[in-house]
Design a protein around this ligand. Structure first.
Ligand SMILES: Cc1cc2nc3c(=O)[nH]c(=O)nc-3n(C[C@H](O)[C@H](O)[C@H](O)COP(=O)(O)O)c2cc1C
Ligand SMILES: O=C(O)C(=O)c1ccccc1
Length: 365
């Protein structure tokens, strides 16, 4: 891309991998908005741990398996996806690009990946659905169960194929970048589109505040189980005992996640918790993982440790900030090509062909 300014032409080389999208996005974003996306809780120890956990693991490829080019498609909860990579739910896409979730959803549709739409999106779930992606809906169960039910019905009616209940947020994580920047509200004209309530008796519409409630318990999950026939995915599990409870309470899938290091700081990397959760669940429900996935080899490592698929959060936001829909598509294409290459080099025919013996116990660093 050439930028002609005051006579000088600066040439920017397009990102060739997911990590390179971050500085490119940073250059385009309001610094406070960049910090909102990039940041995590407090010392951001867990943010760093997520990527470091992938770096430490070593892959041990098999040779001469004659598998041909790998097939990347997977089926998760009855939904086929073009690769075992989903878009993790992230709030406020219009902060990254004026097209917001429209752009993300069109990119997901084009790429054939499942988009998990955030409840706190800046366009409505109906508008996202109209872009045609395979769609799941992320839900913060609200103490107002009537309102929660109305959100669930809207997600169902819009064609969402699963509800992703975020469990790791009984309170907001402490993001000090936000404190420093004084970033606590969306800019004028931007709001949580799913939270709009019609004003009664001629009054203005109101935007409901999201409640992250410490009162939430597995009883709320039982309530939700009775309320909807959609599959329920529990997001934000790190403890094997919680994974077992989730299965007992009828959850259909689990996302091993620490919310990208944005909730409780100093929790372990998601990848490092995956084997324990996989052990606890023993294949009873599919497992997803998010946090720090930046490379095709990272996807392979997560699959080897027991995940059925992974999700990416920030990389899609960086792609969105850099070039809207095309940027998200580019991020997905790069990751797809890397995954195909990594599977080929491992001698694996498909994501399902990735087994634990492709990893050894050696710490690379
Ligand atoms: C800017 C941002 C906003 C997020 N918003 C939500 C959200 O509204 N709901 C939720 O369940 N997770 C949310 N997450 C967490 C992601 O779903 C995911 O767990 C995390 O980003 C994965 O880590 P990664 O960014 O390293 O890929 C958010 C993450 C980021 C970076
Ligand atoms: O930023 C987040 O990670 C997130 O999940 C959230 C929660 C509440 C309000 C806005 C975003």
């Amino acid at each position: 891309m050439d930028h002609v300014g005051t006579g000088a032409v600066t040439r920017e080389t397009p990102p060739v991998n997911l990590r390179e999208f971050e500085p490119a996005a940073r250059a385009r974003l309001d610094p406070a908005h960049y910090d909102y996306f990039a940041g995590g809780a407090q010392d951001e120890i867990t943010v760093a741990a997520n990527e470091a956990a992938f770096r430490r693991r070593a892959l041990v490829p098999r040779v001469l398996r004659g598998q041909g080019p790998p097939r990347l498609e997977v089926t998760v909860l009855g939904e086929t996806a073009s690769m075992p990579v989903l878009l993790a739910p992230t709030a406020f896409h219009r902060l990254a690009h004026p097209d917001g979730e429209f752009a993300t959803a069109r990119a997901a549709a084009e790429a054939g990946v499942i988009m998990i739409a955030a409840m706190l999106s800046t366009v409505t779930i109906e508008e996202i659905a109209a872009c045609g992606p395979k769609l799941w809906f992320q839900l913060y169960i609200q103490p107002d169960l009537g309102f929660t039910t109305s959100l669930v019905r809207r997600a169902e009616d819009a064609g969402c194929r699963a509800l992703v209940v975020t469990a790791d947020s009984p309170a907001l994580g402490r993001n000090e970048r936000g404190d420093r920047n004084g970033f606590h509200d969306l800019p004028p004209g931007m709001y949580c589109a799913n939270m709009v309530q019609k004003g009664r008796q001629g009054r203005d519409d109101e935007v409901r505040q999201v409640a992250l409630s410490p009162d939430l318990s597995f009883r709320h999950l039982d309530w939700l189980r009775e309320t909807t026939s959609l599959p329920i995915v529990l997001k934000g599990v790190l403890h094997p005992a919680d994974a077992r409870l989730a299965v007992e309470h009828g959850v259909d899938a689990i996302v091993v996640s620490n919310h990208g290091g944005r909730q409780l700081d100093t929790v372990p990397a998601s990848l490092d918790r995956l084997p324990l959760v996989a052990d606890a669940v023993r294949g009873q429900v599919p497992l997803l993982l998010d946090g720090g996935v930046r490379r095709g080899t990272d996807v392979v490592k997560a699959l080897a440790l027991g995940a059925d698929a992974v999700a990416i959060g920030r990389p899609a936001l960086w792609g969105l900030a850099v070039a809207g829909r095309a940027g998200v598509e580019r991020v997905l294409t790069l990751l797809r090509n890397e995954l195909a290459n990594a599977l080929t080099l491992c001698g694996a025919a498909s994501p399902g062909d990735v087994t634990g013996d492709l990893l050894d116990g050696i710490d690379l660093k």
